[in-house]
Design a protein around this ligand. Sequence first.
Ligand code: ZN
Length: 195
Amino acid sequence: MNEQGKLDVRRAVGTDGLLTVVKDIGLRDYFSGQVPLVSGELGEDFTYYFVTSEQVPSSVGVGVLVNPDNSILAAGGFIIQLMPGTSEDTISKIEKRLSTITPVSKMIQSGMTPEEILTEILGEGNVNILEKMDVQFSCQCSRERIANALISLGQAEIRDIIETEGQAEAHCHFCNQTYQFSKEELEELEAETKK
Ligand SMILES: [Zn+2]
């Protein structure tokens, strides 16, 4: 706990390090951006990331409620990003609201929905819901994808792995899934490279 009696995220995360964001936006290469940690508080660091790396004026607020046993009771937050051409008047109104809003963790605690949180921040009558999407933790990696990546290493490289390691282990950096390939499977992939 910090002096305000809240979880001391800043102390746990530290301020000596980098925030790296890697996005798979469906293109050939990943989009990747990196900024130094400026706060250790996730909301502030993500705000800095959006403004500096993606150059989109943004405000990020996050909150988490923790059970006495340190398991997560509820977590949530918001990201506000300005569209190009937003008027100074609108910007200053949003900034003013943000400086006075109820802390996100309190809003979550009181059971507010994402729509209600938006209305709390932007004001009654200013919210227009265009689309709703569920958020979920998922990864596009698959055994097939990894196999294709191994094939793309080429015959000589796969042969080298077979001779030196006898097997291969690939680790997905996005979801932590590990994929094992036995000697026999590697030999099949090696045969694929010759097709
Ligand atoms: Zn994955």
